[in-house]
Structures are given as C-alpha cells and as structure tokens.
Design a protein around this ligand. Structure first.
Ligand SMILES: Cc1cc2nc3c(=O)[nH]c(=O)nc-3n(C[C@H](O)[C@H](O)[C@H](O)COP(=O)(O)OP(=O)(O)OC[C@H]3O[C@@H](n4cnc5c(N)ncnc54)[C@H](O)[C@@H]3O)c2cc1C
Ligand code: SF4
Length: 526
C-alpha cells in the first residue's frame, strides 16, 4: 500500500463519509480515516441499561469544563460517527435561519449562503439518507425542488389523535422527516422485508437491523462497494496535520495505527471531519512555526463560537394510555419564528422515541421536583415524549481550547439565549393541558442522558465557521481554510449559526456541496 492519496478524509460521520463518497466518484484515490471500528451488532444495541446505564457505546473520553471539572462527552467513535446512535430526524434549516436572527439576548449571525443556494444539496442529502417525509405539510418550511424519496412514516393511532388535537388548536403538526430504510404496508406497519421494523429503540440506540440511515449504512458501505478507489482505515487516529515548510499547504497527517505504532499518510487534499469539537482540537494541536496559534487560526477563531442547541425533553403523562411503539413521527414549527406567542423565535418541537420504564426512572432522580404517582412502568405506559429545541448563539468565549497537557477544555457561557426554550416549554405545556396531558416532566437528561450540562455535545457545531472575511472566519465559502491551499472542514464546525433544527441534514448537504467543489478541483480519472 502506498501512503499517498489524492484526498484524505478524517472522520467517517455524516460529514466525512458523505464527502469521501462524493469525491470517490471521480475515480481518484481517496482514504477515509476513522479512529473507531464498526459498532458491533449485538443484543445490547437495544438494551436501555447497556446503552444509557453502562454507556457501552459512548467513547471513553474525558473533557473539562470552564472550571476544570472533568466530564464524559456524548461522543461515539465508530464508522458512522455519532450518527450510529442519532435519532435520524433529518430536517432542513428554515430560510430565515440563513439570515440574521434577532433574539432577546443577541443575534445569530447570517450565513454567507442563502436557503436557495443550499436547497439543491438538501434534496440530494434527503435522497442519500433515505428520508421519509412530506414536503408542503409544514407551512413554515422553505421551498423544495423535489419530493422526499419516500413517503412519511405513518403515525400510530395515539399520535394521529395527538396530531388531530393539535390541529384543532390551530397548530400545524407535520410528519417528522426521518432517515430510515422502512417499507410500510397500508396500515403503516413494516413489511416483512423492511430492514426498519418501527421499534421503540430509535433515539440514542444503535440500530440492530441496519434500518437507520446512519453514515455507515447509508454512505460508507455503499461507497466502499461502488468505488474500489476508496479505502477505509479503521482504528486509525489522526494526531496532527503536517504542513509544508512555508505553511501554505497540508502535506499529510500523522496517525496512530491500531497496533499503537505511529505513521504518516500524505495527500494532495485533506478534509477534516472529526466532529466540531475534535476538529477544532486537531487544528489547535497541529500548531507549528508558521501557525503558532494552531492551523488555520490566523483569525483566532478556531474553537470559538461553539454551539450545541438549548434542548429539553418533555415527558407528558396522558390520562389515557399511550401504546405507541414507534412514536417519533410528528413535529411542529408553529413557534419556530417570531409570532403571536412571542415577538422572538422560540424553536422546534418533535416527538422522541417512546421512553421505557428504565429511562423514566433514570430521568427522574430525587431533587427534580417530580415524582411519578404510580410505578415507573405505569408512567411509561402513559407518557408521551417530546423534544424541544431552541437556538443558542455563537459566542467568542463558548469555545474549545487545549489544556496544558493537551486534553480538551469545553467552555460554555451560561444562560446562552435560554429564554426562548423556557417560553417554548410553557407555551407548549399550555397546549398539551388542553389536550388532557398532565404531570409534565422536563429534563435534559432523558435523551441526552446527561446531568452535566457541557456533556450534551450531540448537536455540536460552529468551531471553525465559514465566511467571506478571513479576519472573522476560519473557512471560505467552499469550507477551505482561508490560511491553507488544500485543507477543508466539513463537519458541523463550519456553521456560523445553528438555527433550532437538528443539524445533520445541513451537515450532509454542505458535505455534498464541498464534495462537488473538491471533485471539480481534482478532476476525474480518465
Ligand atoms: C444521541 C444523539 C442523537 C442525535 N439525534 C440527531 C437527530 O435526530 N437528528 C440530527 O440531525 N442529529 C442528531 N444527532 C447529531 C448527529 O449525530 C451529528 O450531527 C452528526 O453525527 C455529525 O456528523 P459529523 O460527521 O459532523 O461528526 P461525527 O458524527 O461526530 O463524526 C466524527 C467522526 O470522526 C471520528 N474521529 C474523531 N476524531 C478523529 C481522529 N483524530 N482521527 C480519526 N477519526 C476521528 C469519530 O470517531 C467519528 O466517527 C444526534 C446525536 C446524538 C449523540
Ligand atoms: S425504529 Fe427502525 S431504524 Fe430505528 S432502531 Fe428500530 S429498526 Fe432500527
């Protein structure tokens, strides 16, 4: 094996895998480096205690917060990255998110691209990740150029009843766009040959059947089968990026091989997609004489502007039982932008997977001021579970830095635009009360499984934002580092603001956009 490649991609999550697969279409030699292995398919994939109690699949990693307190971030080192455990809710940002968004405590800055610029890539991303949905149902969403590749995942009766109730209140619930390999019969049941069986294990669990559109099943496996010029190396960690003597180009990547030995791969183009936190850390760690503050960091913006959303899980206990198995089929954007309920944006509401008694028990520790009146299993049978998201704002001091011994410090500014989430919860609770839901429990820890605030890294973004001004941004419009000729970043780091939508469809769409650009740059093999 020669160690030189046309393109080397670090990280096989949705961003890196998508770029690698797109660039591999050129026929050029592409290397995809992944520090983890394939996530084992085993019974524990769907076991609450193993997944949330023992954190069996969470990386054995320690970060430190602004007060130097250690915590375990929500990271997953596998082929497919964090998408191995994601909820596969694949939503577009709203057109307004690409402009400047005014919140009471600050401004979410405009993107250098518009929704219309991104729209064709969103359509391709929806194809690539098998998205099931129904454009046009959500009256607040942007225009679309083509239908989703698959019909929406049908509601089960209790969720259809909820949808009808919300409509009667004047709201506009729609089918949550989901990346699943699901074939439904007339009643919405999974057909005998459908990889996805509509189980209750979708949020936070790996999928045992390969039915979820994670980056392994939707991209890496098909791309490896289609392109012999694409090589995947697992268990191989990128340690530093190496530049030429003048510091203008990245010449290669120093790695640790699975056996612990050190090595180097060289490439004409290097694409970084280790996740927004680890990509920033790798750039900082790659400081050299030409880049003393870290690679691509002449602006001093690398690691800053970290965002991860203001989120909470809302468990509403309904008088009538909720026998739904696959609950994650409904969403609501009525409170997304400024409106009659508040003059500022509040955010998005979507269903979570159905919580089981183990999760309810774990989510209701003493001190939360909430205790179920009956046994936990009974509460779980009556619960209806929602996920509320509002936007946090990029702040210079919400940032990733390296501590003296090289470990990662993740500092969050407290109270970052949290009023929107508080109001969203209150407004939605009022609506749910009208629909007969009582005993509401709101917690971060149910879905994020974390009581430690900084540990909620699931929606990480913003640490190397793209823009037109090299003084205030790290990447140019093609997500190439302003400071270097051949280094690109394609994970959530590029986002100048995050909106209030789950970020992954936007990361995939952007990775396709950047992939097209790199493919044009390197040409095709004749
Ligand atoms: C529980 C959970 C639920 C979620 N649900 C949703 C959802 O419903 N919808 C949604 O849009 N998003 C969701 N997300 C977020 C989603 O998983 C991320 O947005 C997405 O995975 C980001 O993709 P990425 O390619 O940027 O990075 P990642 O998925 O973080 O991939 C980075 C990859 O790089 C590898 N890597 C890191 N460092 C190195 C190194 N030095 N050398 C080699 N490889 C390296 C990692 O092992 C990993 O495979 C969820 C996340 C979690 C944790
Ligand atoms: S609902 Fe479908 S995609 Fe999700 S874990 Fe179950 S089988 Fe897999």
């Amino acid at each position: 094996m020669t160690d030189h490649y046309d393109v080397l991609v670090i990280g096989s999550g949705p961003g890196g895998a998508t770029t690698a697969a797109r660039v591999a279409e050129t026929g050029k030699r592409v290397l995809l480096l992944e520090r983890g292995g394939f996530l084992p398919r085993e019974r524990d994939n769907w076991d609450s205690r193993a997944v949330f109690g023992d954190m069996k699949y969470t990386a054995d990693e320690t970060f430190y917060d602004s007060r130097d307190r250690p915590f375990r971030p929500e990271l997953h080192y596998y082929v497919g990255g964090n998408s191995k455990v994601y909820g596969a809710a694949l939503l577009r940002l709203m057109p307004a998110d690409f402009g400047e968004v005014r919140h009471p405590n600050g401004v979410a800055p405009a993107w250098p691209l518009t929704y219309e610029d991104m729209e064709p890539y969103y359509a391709r991303a929806e194809d690539l990740f098998w998205v099931h949905g129904q454009h046009g149902e959500d009256p607040f969403a942007g225009l679309y150029s083509q239908a989703y590749p698959y019909p929406p995942v049908q509601h089960e009766p209790r969720i259809q009843q909820l949808s009808d109730g919300l409509e009667q209140l004047g709201l506009h619930p729609f089918h949550l766009p989901l990346g699943v390999r699901l074939t439904q019969d007339g009643q919405g049941h999974a057909t005998a040959n459908s990889p996805c069986i509509r189980c209750d294990r979708v949020d936070g669990f790996p999928c045992l059947t390969g039915g979820k559109a994670d980056a392994e099943w939707a991209v890496v496996r098909p791309a490896l089968a289609a392109h012999p010029n694409l090589t995947l190396l697992t268990g191989t960690t990128a340690e530093r990026l190496i530049t030429d003597a003048g510091g203008r180009s990245v010449t290669g990547v120093a790695v640790t091989h699975p056996d612990g030995s050190a090595g180097t791969f060289t490439a004409d183009v290097v694409v970084l997609s280790a996740g927004a936190i680890l990509s920033a850390a790798l750039l900082l760690r790659s400081a050299n004489d030409q880049h003393p503050r870290g690679l691509a960091n002449s602006s001093d913006q690398v690691g800053r502007n970290y965002m991860r959303h203001n989120n909470l899980a809302l468990i509403a206990s309904s008088r009538e039982p909720n026998p739904t198995v696959f609950q994650k089929t409904l969403a609501l954007n009525d409170f997304y932008g400024p409106g009659q309920h508040w003059e500022h944006p509040m955010g998005n509401i979507q269903m979570l997977g159905k919580s089981d008694d183990w999760q309810i028990k774990g989510a209701a520790p003493r001190g939360l001021g909430w205790a179920p009146s009956g046994p936990y299993g009974q509460v779980a049978r009556h619960s209806v579970d929602f996920w509320l998201t509002s936007e946090d704002i990029p702040l210079a001091d919400s940032r990733v830095t390296l501590r003296r011994e090289g470990t990662i410090k993740l500092a969050l500014q407290p109270g970052n635009n949290t009023e929107g989430l508080t109001r969203l919860r209150r407004t939605f609770q009022e609506m749910l009360s009208k629909l007969g839901m009582v005993d509401m429990l709101s917690v971060r820890s149910l879905y994020l499984h974390k009581s430690f605030d900084a540990a909620a890294t699931a929606h990480q973004a913003g640490t190397a934002r793209f823009g037109t001004d090299p003084a205030t941004s790290v990447l140019d419009l093609h997500c190439k580092a302003h400071d270097l000729d051949n280094l690109y970043v394609v994970d959530g780091a590029f986002m100048p603001s995050i909106g209030a939508m789950n970020p992954t469809l936007t990361i995939i769409a952007n990775a396709l956009r950047v992939g097209d650009h790199i493919a044009g740059r390197i040409g095709t093999t004749t």
